[in-house]
Design a protein around this ligand. Structure first.
Ligand code: IPM
Ligand code: MN
Length: 365
């Protein structure tokens, strides 16, 4: 039997409770689809600061390195918010893990089942059929990592600088991910930039246009300025199918996409690496789009769907288990649309526990 070898980093807040559900489901899914799971757990984020003095300890790095994928919970919380920004879990764990493993391709599906349309601020009237799009965000370049990046003193006052920088090769490799994504969907990509102002965006637009023309002429490619894209997304999200953009624009637009999709508790994500794993598939990190939800952590009420759907993405991208991945996504949809709901998506229905939601998904499987 095939064994799936991955690292499990539950992190903080609701991370451990939703992770437990995802692991249980993977275990039982494997029995049906002919694989077993072999995972190693490690600390990341706030819990790692508490246990090891640093948010991304060496031992965690080693365990990830020896794995074929990383299933990630979430990091951060009030307990660590008084630390200097650079030492806080979000910056000291997430950004280094992305850079260390060259996780350049962030894939965030924006999926809202039509049965949950009322959960969206756009309400049923604007999105009677729900929402279905995907955001492809470049994750290891641009202003997040560009050098110089510092704060210094000049002419008697404080000055800070960040650098937005892109190489053509970085744009091309993420363009390929947008193409692959569009080929499995509606052959339609909207590339988002700020080419009326930024040099990096002028280059982005040129490289993307040429790369698509040469490698995927069958895909309908359009371009949009980021300010307009933010507006269009709030007005009519379904005009987009694949939304494709650089690091910081993708950060902002994917949060906007998250909110119009109702609950963050339903949104999964994948961050694919530049390197291949033992199966010659992309090494990747898979995490829910929502945060640690400190207000409900430990109560057993969090929505585990985003974690479960992230596990489905892991099966698909890093393990090539497409049938099992699809079955899992269908099971989550069936469980939710048949009325099983955690508090965040209950809307008058009975709110069930994290564990009960897991059971409902297993039953739907
Ligand atoms: C995200 C987060 C991170 C980002 C933060 C926590 C560093 O907002 O994954 O979108 O800005 O990329
Ligand atoms: Mn963000």
């Amino acid at each position: 039997m095939k064994t799936l070898n991955f690292a499990v980093l539950p992190g903080d807040g609701i991370g451990p409770e939703v992770m437990r559900v995802a692991l249980e489901i993977l275990e039982s899914l494997g029995q049906k689809y002919g694989f077993s799971i072999d995972y190693k757990e490690a600390d990341i984020g706030g819990i790692a600061i508490d246990n090891h003095g640093t948010a991304f300890p060496e031992i965690t790095h080693k365990i990830c390195q020896d794995s074929d994928a990383i299933l990630f919970g979430s990091v951060g919380g009030p307990k660590w918010e008084s630390l200097p920004p650079k030492e806080q879990p979000e910056r000291a764990a997430l950004l280094p893990i992305r850079k260390t493993f060259s996780l350049y391709a962030n894939i965030r599906p924006g999926l809202l089942y039509s049965e949950l349309s009322e959960a969206s601020p756009l309400k049923n009237a604007r999105i009677p059929n729900g929402i279905d799009l995907v955001c492809i965000r470049e994750l290891t370049g641009g202003i997040y990592f560009g050098q110089p990046k510092s704060t210094f003193e000049k002419d008697g006052e404080a000055v800070a600088i960040d650098t937005m920088i892109y190489k053509a090769s970085e744009i091309e490799r993420i363009a390929q991910v947008a193409i692959d994504t569009a080929k499995a969907r509606q052959l339609k990509v909207c590339s988002v930039d700020k080419a009326n102002v930024l040099e990096t965006s002028v280059l982005w637009r040129k490289v993307v246009t040429e790369y698509f023309a040469k490698n995927a002429p069958e895909i309908e490619l359009s371009h949009m300025y980021v300010d307009n894209a933010a507006m269009q997304l709030a007005r009519d999200p379904n005009q987009f199918d694949v939304l494709f953009t650089e690091n910081m624009f993708g950060d902002i637009l994917s949060d906007e996409m998250g909110v119009i999709c109702g609950s963050l508790g339903m949104l999964a994500s994948a961050s694919l690496g530049a390197t291949k794993n033992c199966l010659n598939l992309p090494f990747g990190l898979y995490e829910p789009s929502g945060g640690t939800a400190p207000d409900i952590a430990g109560k057993g009420t969090a929505n585990p769907c985003a974690q479960v759907l992230s596990a489905a993405m892991m099966l698909r991208y890093s393990f090539g288990e497409n049938t099992a991945a699809k079955a899992l996504e269908d099971a989550v949809r069936l469980a939710v649309t048949s009325g099983k709901r955690t508090g965040d998506i209950a809307f008058g229905k009975e709110a069930i526990s994290t564990k009960a939601m897991g059971t409902a998904i297993l039953k739907a499987l």
